[in-house]
Design a protein around this ligand. Structure first.
Ligand SMILES: C[S@@+](CC[C@H](N)C(=O)[O-])C[C@H]1O[C@@H](n2cnc3c(N)ncnc32)[C@H](O)[C@@H]1O
Length: 273
C-alpha cells in the first residue's frame, strides 16, 4: 500500500476474535448521522442516477449481498432499489453479536419499527424517491447469514456491497487484497458493486476493545479493486471526527465510496474510450 500510516493494532483477520466485537455498542453509533454518512449516501444515489450502467439495473437483481454487515442496515437500504420484489438480500458477517444485532434490526424493521434507521431512510428518500422505503423493504427481503468474506460463494450475487469491511478487518495488506478479491468474485459478471471505506484508518475501538485496520489511501483502494471491476464513480469526503467511539479524529482521514460493475474475471479490462 502506498500509505505509510502505521496501524495501532497489528492483528490479522484470523488472529482477531470477532466475537469480542460488541455490535450493539457499535450499532449505537449509527444513532447520529455523521457528515460523512450523509455525503456517502448522496454520492451513492447520485452515481446511480448518473450512470446508465447502474440506473438500468434498478429493480432487476434477484440476489444481493452486504458482507461485514456489523448490524448496520444502511448499505442494505442503498442496495434495495436494485432488487426485484421477490429478491433476497443477504446480510453477512462472521461475529456472533454482529449477526444477532442484524437479526434483531431486521426483525424490528419487518414489523415497521426502523428505529434509528428511519432517519437514514428519510435522508435517502430526500435525494431520490426511489429510496423512500428502501430500509424497510431491505428488512422484508433480508436474510442474515454467517459468511467469512474470504470464502464467499463465487459469482453468486447481482448486487454486492461492503461498508468499512476489507480495510477494517485486518492490518495486513495481503489479507486486505485477498478480501477485496473474494468480495468482488462473489458478484456475477455485470453485478453492481459498491464499497464504502475509511481513509488512512489506524484501527478502531468498540466497547474499549481495539480492532485492526489497514491505512489505505483512495489510490490504494482504486488500485486494489480495479483488476476486478469497472469503476464508475469514486468519491471521498473529509473526516468530521465523529466516527470514533473515543472521538479521536486522528485515527482516520475521511471516508470513500467506490461504485461500479464487476468484470467477473481476474484480468484488468480497460473501459471503451
Ligand atoms: C468496521 S465493522 C463494519 C460494520 C458495518 N458494515 C458498517 O457499515 O459500519 C467491520 C465488520 O467486519 C466484520 N468481519 C471481520 N472479519 C470478517 C470476515 N472474515 N468475514 C466477514 N465479516 C468480517 C466484523 O465482524 C465487523 O462486523
Amino acid at each position: 500500500m502506498s500509505s505509510q500510516v502505521p496501524s495501532r493494532s497489528h492483528l490479522t483477520n484470523a488472529a482477531t476474535n470477532w466475537n469480542d466485537f460488541d455490535a450493539a455498542i457499535y450499532h449505537g453509533q449509527y444513532e447520529k448521522i455523521l457528515p460523512e454518512d450523509a455525503a456517502l449516501t448522496r454520492a451513492f444515489i447520485r452515481a446511480v442516477r448518473t450512470h446508465d450502467e447502474l440506473r438500468n439495473r434498478l429493480g432487476t437483481a434477484a440476489t444481493a449481498l452486504d458482507v461485514a454487515v456489523g448490524g448496520v442496515l444502511r448499505s442494505a437500504g442503498l442496495l434495495e432499489p436494485f432488487t426485484r420484489p421477490d429478491a433476497r438480500i443477504i446480510l453477512a458477517d462472521i461475529g456472533d453479536t454482529q449477526l444477532a444485532t442484524t437479526s434483531n434490526a431486521i426483525a424490528l424493521g419487518q414489523k415497521g419499527d426502523l428505529g434509528k434507521w428511519r432517519k437514514h431512510e428519510e435522508d435517502m428518500a430526500a435525494v431520490d424517491p426511489r429510496w423512500a422505503n428502501a430500509i424497510g423493504n431491505a428488512c422484508l427481503k433480508g436474510e442474515v447469514r454467517r459468511f467469512d468474506i474470504f470464502s464467499l460463494p463465487p459469482a453468486e450475487y447481482e448486487v454486492i456491497s461492503t461498508a468499512f469491511g476489507p480495510e477494517s478487518l485486518t492490518s495486513d495488506p495481503a489479507e486486505y487484497r485477498k478480501s477485496i478479491r473474494a468480495w468482488l468474485r462473489s458478484g456475477k459478471p455485470g453485478a453492481v458493486a459498491a464499497m464504502f471505506y475509511m481513509i488512512n484508518s489506524t484501527g478502531y475501538k468498540v466497547a474499549g476493545k481495539e480492532f485492526p485496520a489497514l491505512a489505505v489511501s483512495p489510490a490504494d483502494v482504486q488500485d486494489s479493486v480495479s483488476p476486478h471491476m469497472l469503476i464508475l464513480e469514486h468519491f471521498t469526503t473529509p473526516a468530521s471526527g465523529g466516527a470514533r467511539e473515543d472521538h479521536d479524529h486522528t485515527t482516520y482521514g475521511g471516508m470513500g465510496m467506490i461504485i461500479g460493475i464487476v468484470y467477473g474475471d481476474e484480468r484488468p479490462v480497460q473501459p471503451a474510450a
